[in-house]
Design a protein around this ligand. Sequence first.
Ligand SMILES: NC(=O)c1ccc[n+]([C@@H]2O[C@H](COP(=O)([O-])OP(=O)(O)OC[C@H]3O[C@@H](n4cnc5c(N)ncnc54)[C@H](OP(=O)(O)O)[C@@H]3O)[C@@H](O)[C@H]2O)c1
Length: 262
Amino acid sequence: MRVLITGGTGVLGRELTSRLRDHAEVRILSRSHRSEQGFVQGDLETGEGLAEATAGVDVIAHLASAADYRRPQRDVKQTRRLVATLTSARPHLVYASIVGVDKVPIGFFRAKLESERVIEASGMPWTVVRATEFHDLILRYLRPMAKGPVAVVPRRAILQPVEVGEVADRLAELVIGPPVGRARDLGGPQVETMEELMRTYLEVAGRRRRVLAIPLPGRLGAMAGVGGSMVVADGDRGRLTFAEHLRARVATDGSISHRYHD
Ligand SMILES: NC(=O)c1ccc[n+]([C@@H]2O[C@H](COP(=O)([O-])OP(=O)(O)OC[C@H]3O[C@@H](n4cnc5c(N)ncnc54)[C@H](OP(=O)(O)O)[C@@H]3O)[C@@H](O)[C@H]2O)c1
């Protein structure tokens, strides 16, 4: 089986790549030139390299995202461009989406939902799986909020973070298996407020701070305003908690290694 992973150099993509290597011939699309075997240089924004990257593949795991919250339509255009490249082939398209894209009223999520629709209407066999936010991303949110003497978090934000490795396990099964359409959502084991997540972070890092929950403007504020929309209703739950994720990474000086974003 030949699998192309777009976004194979990203947080989720690296985890998925390592899980697929024993089961498939893996090809990774990246905008950068890499001399290692299996990499194809290309860009979903311009279309460069896409014909070569998609040639002869059985499955495309589409994980690439511009993560451009100001211009979210970029992801939709890139997904369209990827699908438009597939003129004669019919690979199984597997798309990584986010829990709550149909509920959270922000442009980035609406665009993500639109990308799902592009995959579903592609005429190719498809699978879409939605996951909640990865622990890595929560840590990235919390760090700057804990910089000052008081840790300020958005009030009413409710999240259910999941371990990225567990999402990659699920994706690997879906890539190797037959198309299933909408797969079951996957979330973390616990539903927690941002305040609770912040307290956990401060405790594990051994830092003393008062935590203040306030209404926040912007993306985080909008997400907070819709409360538990990013929580899985009848989906599956991973096992590793945010606290366990942090404890596995904390050094004796309280610093927490961040696998991908340091
Ligand atoms: N992070 C989360 O909490 C979370 C939760 C649920 C679902 N998801 C979804 O899971 C997917 C992966 O997320 P992630 O956090 O792992 O992403 P990430 O670490 O931000 O990686 C983004 C990837 O996209 C690729 N990329 C960006 N622009 C590209 C372009 N123009 N052409 C080709 N490749 C491009 C990058 O590759 P190069 O830089 O090598 O070109 C990189 O590998 C995304 O669709 C995301 O929405 C994420």
